[in-house]
Design a protein around this ligand. Structure first.
Ligand SMILES: Nc1nc2c(c(=O)[nH]1)N[C@H]1C(S)=C(S)[C@@H](COP(=O)(O)O)O[C@H]1N2
Ligand SMILES: [Mo]
Length: 229
């Protein structure tokens, strides 16, 4: 197995380390989704007709190890996680690129989880060699807590870009038009790119200015996740 090791001596701006890895996220009020007996990932969008690949096949070859830190936009980080799985770029080259109609230029990928959570990523951000589809964490199979059967891991982007329970990836030739947004959605809009070292927390307000709001959210949600600070 090839190892991709990117230890970081310091944390990204505005982050604080915690000593456990909570179940966290937007759907924390729901139980983790049920994983089908034979889980698959469907590649669609410009890939037409879509291709449905069993997770076992997806992670069966070219397995790699990634040592990385994990950063949630709410301000907590957990250091030194060991993920195992496959590089996203390998999956893209194996399944998506060869299935595109000639002349298609993919710019974005919509990654979806079994719980309905999704993130629209730039293709270039996902082709970095430290972006994984992981099925194991710290020597054990991924469980419902952290994204079974398969999760996207991208240490350079905040947690909300690291979609758990991945079941579908749509290749898009351009960003889809944004639907109408409510006032609340506009206030809470997360940054579309979510790069941790640039502190891209919020869509319009600079990351450092929104730290206190996210910290408050963090305190409430971490308490819900089982351990306060
Ligand atoms: N499918 C799915 N993926 C998700 C989320 C979610 O609610 N559902 N929450 C995101 C957020 S905001 C964070 S911080 C991380 C939390 O990952 P963890 O539960 O493994 O700590 O998952 C991200 N990916
Ligand atoms: Mo998050």
């Amino acid at each position: 197995m090839t190892e991709t090791t990117r230890p970081r001596a310091i944390l990204p701006p505005g982050q604080r380390a915690i000593d456990f890895f909570p179940r966290f996220g937007r759907r924390i009020d729901q139980p983790p989704p049920t994983v089908p007996a034979h889980p698959t990932v469907t590649f669609g969008g410009a890939v037409a007709p879509p291709i449905e690949v069993p997770v076992d096949d997806l992670v069966g070859a070219d397995r790699r190890v990634l040592d990385a830190d994990f950063h949630c936009v709410a301000g907590w980080s957990v250091t030194g996680l060991r993920w195992e799985g496959v590089a996203f770029a390998d999956v893209y080259r194996r399944y998506v690129a060869p299935a595109l109609p000639p002349g298609t230029t993919v710019t974005h990928l919509m990654v979806r989880g079994l719980d309905g959570e999704h993130f629209l990523a730039l293709l270039d951000d996902l082709l970095s060699d430290d972006v994984f589809l992981a099925d194991r964490l710290d020597g054990r199979p991924l469980d419902g807590t952290h994204g079974a059967p398969l999760r996207l891991v991208n240490p350079a982007q905040y947690g909300y870009a690291n979609i758990k329970h991945v079941c579908r990836v749509d290749a898009l030739a351009g960003a889809p038009a944004a639907g109408p947004a409510s006032l609340l959605e506009r206030l809470l809009q997360s940054h579309p790119r979510a790069r941790v070292w640039e502190e891209e927390r919020h869509g319009t307000v600079p990351g450092r200015l929104v730290r206190p709001i996210y910290r408050a959210i963090k305190t409430v949600l971490l308490a819900k996740a089982g351990r306060g600070e």
